[in-house]
Design a binder for this molecule. Sequence first.
Ligand SMILES: NC(=O)c1ccc[n+]([C@@H]2O[C@H](COP(=O)([O-])OP(=O)(O)OC[C@H]3O[C@@H](n4cnc5c(N)ncnc54)[C@H](O)[C@@H]3O)[C@@H](O)[C@H]2O)c1
Length: 277
Amino acid sequence: MARVPNKVALVTGAAKGMGRSHCLRLAEEGADIIALDFCKQKDDVKYPMGTADDLAETAELVKKQGRRVLTSHADIRDLEALQGLVAEAVDTLGGLDIVVANAGISTVGHAWELSAEQWQAVVDTNLTGTWNTIKATVPQLIEQGRGGSVVLVSSVAGLRGFPGMGHYSATKHGIIGLMQTLSQELGPHNIRVNTVNPGLINTDMSMNPTLFKQFMPDNPNPSEEDIAAIYKHLTVLDIAWLEPVDVSNAVLWLASEEARYITGISVPVDGGQLVRA
Ligand SMILES: NC(=O)c1ccc[n+]([C@@H]2O[C@H](COP(=O)([O-])OP(=O)(O)OC[C@H]3O[C@@H](n4cnc5c(N)ncnc54)[C@H](O)[C@@H]3O)[C@@H](O)[C@H]2O)c1
């Protein structure tokens, strides 16, 4: 039996990486999908962001599961665009049940050395963009009166600091504060709100030369094998990184009836990174 049968799920940052994986895992388990992504490269982000082709591929993969999909090149920093998309999606797909606020960016730098622009870019996308996603979707969930599940994507960096990630970590901590508040505000509406907190996941955000250099400043050309040896020391389990589907399985669980009384929690999916740190 499907675990999210005939639910409608909105996923931000859906073109690639974990966002695509969340779309597919939810579709495999019976959900129709609203897949949105900015589909543009930001100059300050030093790894490839999603493209229009990537988002189209996500949509094709969802359709192969026999589910309906609506795509949009919306930017989560644009509240009006998100509100318009939600209104259109509700008309087309008949409502909204699951919200996965996944889109995010990462840049690196010591907290005191970041430019004001670097700071603002990460705050605007990761924190304000997540709040925009909530502001655009939650009124619909409340109005429908059929409950819902909101999953905010934080990070292990939302539960502790990491050198070179002060701005990122601040936004991911902020997302947990937002979740803990919203879970109390929305409980009476039977809308559950939780975070997932990924560790090192095999996507471009964690698997890119700029970040590799952060870990290995003396290695002029660090390879994936070099970084695997380092990442392996960060986890308790005998792995260097996790796959996107590992996080999607936690998202799916939180979205499903199996978690019907789970709200206000943060779920690390990190191979034991936090317990080791
Ligand atoms: N990869 C990791 O190791 C890791 C660890 C912890 C948390 N996370 C978090 O997980 C989430 C997904 O990360 P990922 O690793 O899949 O990254 P990714 O870069 O592969 O995918 C992120 C997607 O978000 C989209 N996006 C970025 N800014 C956007 C905006 N303003 N509006 C709409 N879409 C936008 C990008 O185009 C991209 O397709 C992020 O919130 C990230 O911070 C990642």
